[in-house]
Design a protein around this ligand. Structure first.
Ligand SMILES: Cc1ncc(COP(=O)(O)O)c(C=O)c1O
Length: 372
């Protein structure tokens, strides 16, 4: 199947720099060393979540039969591109309005020729991904679990890996204040482990985390560097928009690993759950739309998914300097929900460093949308 992604809907350059960011900002106390109970020894450090997917997909490829993977129709392209690069045939299974998957329809997608299957827990909510994993494993498929949004859950499960899952991946910088980083758990030993970058690259990455280049740039141009913060160091042109094959060979930065190992996950989880629930109750009565999940689940949430009635409210929120996100570039498929959600489902920040005033600012901005 030829995969084509829908075009972007909104141009980030038209928005002012966000003051309420989707992910937490770094401060030096994030390096504070705690006695860490998490055992990271089974994790492979990767440049990002997409490189972890690429490594898993590469390692688990068949050499003597076609590689056909099932992916959720609702996604960001970074999840799809590694498979395209490796030459997999990609098929999309539809999602329901709560982002769970109809198990009967999913079963129909598990045809004999399908070799692999990727399941996502969207935004840190499990939906019915565990049941889907069981179905896919029973059908003899190679299962990859994408926990890109659920770092805390990913780490918790390292102690009791599910034998039905061949690989699990997650993203570090969606939850922690790092500029990159991913983790990969593989059931089988990895053939080639990603290597740490040179100390010069490490220093550049650290300077970027500390916002040194952004500061110099702002002095030079007297303009706020709106796009610098989105840039990854070492970015190399690739035929893919989001996936850089060179990332497969690099581990995360050493300082990313240090921040990960110094993090207090219990505290992060408690704060994110509390922020989510505070926002969700503040948004319960807004007329602009509704929260996809009225309360946090058992996992630490990444963002709060909110379904707008009017897709143009996305721009209105960005103009108020709130970094709401949206997956606009979903690949074309038969899935009606994904085609609709690319414009209407937004992701509101609920990270653990948000202050009370910021949470209230988000709630007020959402309440004010009614006037349009
Ligand atoms: C579900 C999912 N998987 C994988 C990725 C890729 O993760 P990363 O941005 O760390 O490469 C993303 C990125 O947004 C994602 O949303």
């Amino acid at each position: 199947m030829d995969v084509k992604f829908a075009p972007v809907l909104a141009n980030a350059n038209n928005f002012p720099v966000a003051t309420i960011r989707a992910t937490p900002a770094f401060c030096l106390t994030d390096f504070r060393q705690l006695k860490q109970s998490t055992d990271f020894s089974h994790c492979i450090y990767t440049r990002n979540g997409r490189a972890a997917i690429g490594l898993a997909a590469q390692q688990l490829m068949h050499s003597d039969q076609p590689n056909i993977v099932l992916l959720p129709a609702y996604h960001c392209p970074a999840l799809v591109e590694p498979f395209l690069w490796l030459g997999y045939e990609v098929r999309f299974y539809p999602v329901l309005s709560d982002l769970s998957v109809d198990e009967v329809i999913f079963g129909q997608f598990l045809t004999k020729d399908v070799s692999h299957c990727l399941l996502v827990s969207f935004f840190g909510f499990q939906q019915n991904s565990k049941q889907l994993i069981t179905l896919a494993a029973q059908a003899g498929k190679i299962v990859i679990e994408d926990c890109a949004h659920g770092l805390v859950d990913f780490l918790q499960q390292l102690d009791q890996p599910d034998p039905a899952v061949a690989a699990r991946i997650c993203s570090i910088n969606k939850i922690l204040p790092t500029i990159e980083g991913g983790l990969l758990y593989l059931q089988q030993p990895i053939k080639i482990k990603p290597k740490y970058c040179s100390w010069l690259e490490e220093a550049k990455g650290l300077a970027f985390l500390l916002k040194v280049p952004q500061f110099i740039h702002s002095l030079k141009s007297k303009k706020t560097p709106s796009n610098l913060s989105e840039k990854q160091p070492q970015a190399v042109a690739s035929q893919f928009k989001y996936f850089n094959p060179e990332d497969l060979s690099s581990a995360s930065f050493r300082h990313t690993k240090m921040i990960l190992q110094a993090s207090n996950f219990a505290k992060i989880k408690t704060k994110r759950l509390a922020n989510y629930n505070y926002l969700a109750s503040g948004l319960a009565e807004v007329s602009a739309g509704h929260c996809l999940y009225v309360a946090a689940g058992t996992e630490a949430p990444y963002v709060l998914p909110f379904l707008l009635n009017d897709a143009n409210d996305f721009q209105r929120l960005r103009m108020q300097k709130i970094q709401v996100l949206r997956w606009e570039e979903v690949a074309y498929s038969q899935c009606k929900v994904s085609n609709d959600y690319r414009s209407r489902l937004i992701q509101l920040p609920c990270h653990h460093k948000l202050k009370q005033t910021e949470l209230d600012y988000i709630i007020n901005a959402m309440r004010n949308l009614v006037s349009h």
